[in-house]
Design a protein around this ligand. Sequence first.
Ligand SMILES: O=c1ccn([C@@H]2O[C@H](COP(=O)(O)OP(=O)(O)O[C@H]3O[C@H](CO)[C@@H](O)[C@H](O)[C@H]3O)[C@@H](O)[C@H]2O)c(=O)[nH]1
Ligand SMILES: [Mn+2]
Length: 568
Amino acid sequence: MNTVISAIALDYPPDKLHVYLSDDGGCSVTLEAMKEAWRFAKGYWVPFCRAYGIKTRCPEAYFLGEEGNTESSSGSELMADRERVKVINDVSFDEASQEDDGEEMPVLVYVSREKRPSLPHHFKAGALNVLLRVSAMISNSPYILVLDCDMYCNDPTSARQAMCFHLDPKISPSLGFVQFPQKFHNISKTDVYDSQLRNVLWQGMDGLQGPCVSGTGFYIKREALYANPIKDVDVMELKQYFGPSNEFIKSFGRHYTPKDHQHSSSVGFLYLSVVEDYFTGLVNLHCKGWKSVYCDPARPAFLGAGTTNLNDVLVQSTRWSSGLVEVALSRFCPLIYVPKKMSALQTMCYGEQAFFPFYFLPLWCFATIPQLCLLNGIAVYPEASNWFFMVFSFVFLSSLSKHIQEVLSTGGSMSSWINEQRMWMIKSVTCHLYGCLDAIMKRLGMREASFMTTNKVIDDEQTRLYQTGKIDFQTSIMLLAPLVILTIVNVVSFVGGITRAMVAGKFSDMFIQVFLSLFIVTMGYPVIEGMILRKDKGRIPPSVTILSVLVSTIFLSLGSLVLIVFLK
Ligand SMILES: O=c1ccn([C@@H]2O[C@H](COP(=O)(O)OP(=O)(O)O[C@H]3O[C@H](CO)[C@@H](O)[C@H](O)[C@H]3O)[C@@H](O)[C@H]2O)c(=O)[nH]1
Ligand SMILES: [Mn+2]
């Protein structure tokens, strides 16, 4: 409701603004709540915001008063009105006498689509396409803002800001969409899970053809989702691509050719991948020649709910990995499909993302093989006195310093660097692995597509853990066990390696391996703490620890056996 109210209250001519809510749950409570939200917005909230030039137009955020609400015309009159609106916001305002001073309001439309078990509904992309078609019949506005249900408009002027780009005659003809950054209102100072999604790629891509679609917080030109405009096209041919509705075809107002002659599913948001944002932006927008711009004003235009517990982070990241790998393994793989349609650099930006989940492979190797060899006294890296030692150190240190530089230059601290590094390692050995497997199984027809939505409520204990910067290990054993197993393997190999060096008095040939284990153990310290020291609800359950000890023992002994047999 806060999302809807903040959108209704956007600073934009009300007769030109139409708000559509998609309720994929198809729940009558949502409909009733929306009617109530509408009456509140019309009777109190919008007049209040307009009268006092309120900047924070999401009621919940406004009354939390996080920013002190220093509005333009503060005074006793404002305070009195504010109290009144707050009281009405808190209780059901149906009981309060409702004022209707004929305030001009945008149109608000509630949409819930029919879903049948026999037909795939395509999750968010399906919902967006329904809104696209419904809105074509009602308002048919040429520009569309897409907002997730867990985000709100934090700056009422965002529509005007976006229109500055859309109406700029120099860029307007080829401008597909204006993307605002995805920022969150609920991220704690420590941000243990690296939920802020720090992003430098979008800035970089802004200098090329433009940033990817982020799924939310973007103003897109309706035309860009339909087609490449040209005139005079056969209506029957249009119906083949856009469906049989005469009304819908009429809504174009002008003629379009279908976007892609090879397949009819290329109108609107695309279904092949659960990262519909990345995929639609790639295939339907940038590959068709549309450009985008990145708009990152000082006051965040939109604020959303970020993930604040390990389970949500891992579930979300697994979905993203799976969706990206699905694209990488399809005929739309950026490296195969894209060349000639986009510049080489833009292609690389898309490619880097699609292939990112494959990091699971090197990370699993780095976390197990040198360790196994260390325990068996086998050196896999050059010794410290060797010239090649410098090469390895250089590669390692330069990649770390590049990351540190990126974090510091975007306002982060050394502790955010550690969090990012740790979360990358955690996600690589779990989410990226499972995401890849999921995508491969889908490809082989062994699994159906699924969109696990991120959880929207967390309990008090979880909030407390999050605020104190402690990782909440309450998640499935499938996601947790790899972390625990790899940490144990590295602790064992580090202790074994140090002991060996002390006994044999030779440290130099095993230095890199010992260091690698130490690095992983340091990064994995919260796991050790969760296994041994913590007693709270978010600790690692003893059953998982015992299982992991067992698996690690089996891995190390079987691995050692294999090494002995093969190296003899
Ligand atoms: O069957 C579905 C599933 C999701 N949604 C909507 O999709 C949005 C995103 O879902 P959420 O559960 O919040 O997932 P997140 O992981 O937070 O979403 C991120 O990742 C998605 C791609 O996986 C992007 O589309 C989103 O913009 C981006 O915020 C929400 O508004 C949902 O209501 C639907 O409408 N129908
Ligand atoms: Mn979300």
